[in-house]
Design a protein around this ligand. Structure first.
Ligand SMILES: Nc1ncnc2c1ncn2[C@@H]1O[C@H](COP(=O)(O)OP(=O)(O)OP(=O)(O)O)[C@@H](O)[C@H]1O
Length: 263
């Protein structure tokens, strides 16, 4: 096992509902790496995250090592406390009567929703983070009454409450309007800058969301990695056109982000 790697998956074939969803996937990310996963609907992005979290298991013959822990020989509950998985779809799996503050506080225990009384110090820390993510006004509001964009901000604050070693941002901007998205991406850029030791995986369907800080990545299609490498290698017109089956032209803005256009 290579302990310099945050993620090391070898020969993973993952079945769900009797169907093979991920096919012979091999993927390594160094500790402190910033890697994007670009894929269309149904490409297998969420299944790959579930595999990394130990919620979906590859069939015999594969190895999955995350943060130096070999799945099958490690305590997954403890490991998951070191991983922050931020998904806008997550709140639908939880007790949505939690308030914003309770949901953020539950990050201390790695649960979705608070199961105990928090200490005054924990409350102060949570409120400070909510301030930073401009969601302090949601402290007493129940999750189910919040807009999707508001829920994402709560989930990001929750994720960063403890110091995770691996952050998985799973389509975090999918429900956000343009200003909300730009705010979130700027926060992600700053997190990436301030926490060099933290490995960050950014999952998206949208090319323009991939910040230059994500300097390596993959295109996932039908459960296979169809392109992998550094950013400029993967985000090329020929590669994207082939992956999406569309004649894609790219425009690069001053900060180095790409926008896709159809010819
Ligand atoms: N529990 C399951 N049983 C059967 N098939 C499943 C199950 N979960 C996912 N799939 C199938 O696996 C494929 C990949 O799904 P997955 O959710 O990983 O894709 P995704 O890339 O995250 O898509 P999206 O961007 O739409 O969320 C889809 O075809 C989906 O129907």
């Amino acid at each position: 096992m290579n302990t310099e790697l945050a993620i090391d998956i070898k020969h993973a074939n993952v079945f769900l509902g009797g169907r093979e969803i991920i096919h012979d996937l091999n993927w390594q990310v160094a500790k402190g790496g910033r890697c994007f996963i670009l894929g269309a609907n149904g490409a297998g992005k969420t299944t790959l995250v579930k595999t990394m979290m130990g919620y979906a298991w590859p069939k015999f013959g594969a190895t999955v090592d995350v943060l130096g822990n070999r799945f099958g020989q490690t305590n997954l509950v403890e490991l998951r406390k070191k991983i922050a998985w931020v998904s806008p779809f997550m709140s639908q799996f939880t007790n949505t009567e939690s308030t914003g503050l309770e949901m953020v506080l539950s990050g201390f225990d790695g649960t979705l929703g608070l199961t105990r009384k928090a200490t005054a110090e924990e409350v102060d820390t949570a409120k400070a983070l909510m301030e930073r993510f401009r969601c302090a006004h949601l402290i007493d509001q129940e999750i189910f009454t919040m807009s999707s964009g508001e829920q994402v901000k709560i989930m990001i604050a929750r994720a960063l409450l403890t110091k995770p070693e691996l952050v998985i941002l799973d389509e975090p901007s999918v429900y956000l309007d343009m200003a909300g998205r730009e705010f979130l991406l700027e926060e992600i850029r700053q997190i990436a800058e301030k926490l060099p030791e933290v490995t960050i995986i950014f999952i998206t369907q949208r090319i323009e969301d991939i910040l230059p800080v994500f300097n390596e990545g993959m295109i996932l299609a039908k459960g296979r990695i169809v392109e992998y490498g550094d950013r400029e290698t993967v985000l090329r017109e020929e590669v994207l056109s082939a992956a999406y089956g569309l004649p894609i032209k790219l425009w690069k803005n001053k900060s180095g982000r790409f926008w896709a256009m159809l010819e």
